[in-house]
Design a protein around this ligand. Structure first.
Ligand code: GLU
Length: 293
């Protein structure tokens, strides 16, 4: 880890209760906990349950059980995103007031059809770092009157960040301090690679990107330690921090735990689940050993 400010460092583990924890989560949680301890810092737990359809109280209890079994302890109360929708709405309203967010009405099917139609003419449509197509510019081209009519008729919509507009006001290159993978480097953020990201959905009043930056700021998080799978998302997080005038934490993206085949672990894959490993007789120190810690 690079220079620590005089302020007590604050680390957090932020799982989503949409499945049981596996070895990958254990690596993230233990690294955060141990780095906080080694640096005289605080270790927080945040439950990222904005997706009300997939997150359950049972999975949330499972998180507490698994982390306690690993021997980790965290500060109370635990922050739960489902209790903070008003805060995220306020963040969204600030972006709308800045003219940087717009309502988007296209369904997944319509986006797919748009991309298919574009690509059938032999031109590639851009994809984001996760492989999803960029959102088409259709809604940004709608006349204001049509948008008003759609909104007043309660048409299903999300809110998206107009990424090109959002970067125009930046005065300097957008960067973040990265200490993962033995590095100690300034990384250049590339938020445009994501296209117009979602800020809130019709079925969830916030998006991962918006709530994570608002929460990290609200909790005074100074060090974000999380898996490499979220490395590119940091570009969007840095942009939102800049737009909303929030402090930028230091980032440490750690290696991912993968299956023997090289595939990323999934919550539905039982064999690496902490509960399954515990029931098969493994101890918390076996888990550290398995993780090479
Ligand atoms: N909730 C996210 C996940 O479970 C992690 C978010 C983060 O660490 O920034 O993958």
């Amino acid at each position: 880890m690079s220079s620590l400010s005089r302020q007590k460092p604050v680390f957090r583990f932020a799982p989503s209760p949409n499945g049981r924890l596996h070895l990958g989560h254990a690596l993230s949680a233990i690294l955060n906990h141990d780095m906080a301890k080694a640096n005289g810092g605080r270790f927080l737990l945040r439950i990222e349950d904005i997706d009300l359809t997939r997150c359950t109280a049972e999975f949330e209890q499972g998180i507490y059980t698994d982390l306690k079994w690993l021997g980790l302890s965290w500060e109370l109360p635990v922050r739960r995103q489902s209790e903070l929708f008003g805060d995220y709405r306020h963040g969204l309203e600030r972006l709308i007031a800045m003219g940087l967010a717009y309502p988007s009405f296209m369904s997944r099917r319509e986006i797919k059809a748009f991309v298919h139609n574009h690509e059938s003419q032999g031109k590639l449509w851009p994809r984001d770092p996760d492989g999803a197509p960029h959102y088409p510019p259709v809604d940004k081209q709608r006349p204001a009157k049509e948008i008003d009519t759609l909104l007043s008729s309660n048409a299903k919509h999300a809110w998206r960040l107009d990424i090109k507009k959002a970067i125009t006001g930046l005065h300097r290159p957008l960067e973040w301090a990265e200490t993962g993978g033995g590095k100690n480097a300034q990384m250049e953020a590339d938020p445009v690679a994501w296209g117009d990201v979602v800020l809130s959905r019709s079925d969830a009043p916030s998006s991962y990107h918006l709530s994570v930056v608002l929460d990290d700021a609200a909790q005074g998080v100074t060090h974000v330690v999380r898996g490499m799978d979220l490395f590119h998302a940091t570009s969007v997080h840095r942009l939102l921090q800049e737009l909303l005038k929030l402090p930028a934490p230091e980032y440490h993206h750690h290696r991912l735990v993968v299956e023997e085949s090289g595939k990323k672990l999934s919550k539905s894959d039982g064999s690496t689940g902490l509960e399954v490993l515990r029931e098969s007789g493994k101890t918390p120190s076996d888990i550290r050993c398995l993780l090479g810690l």
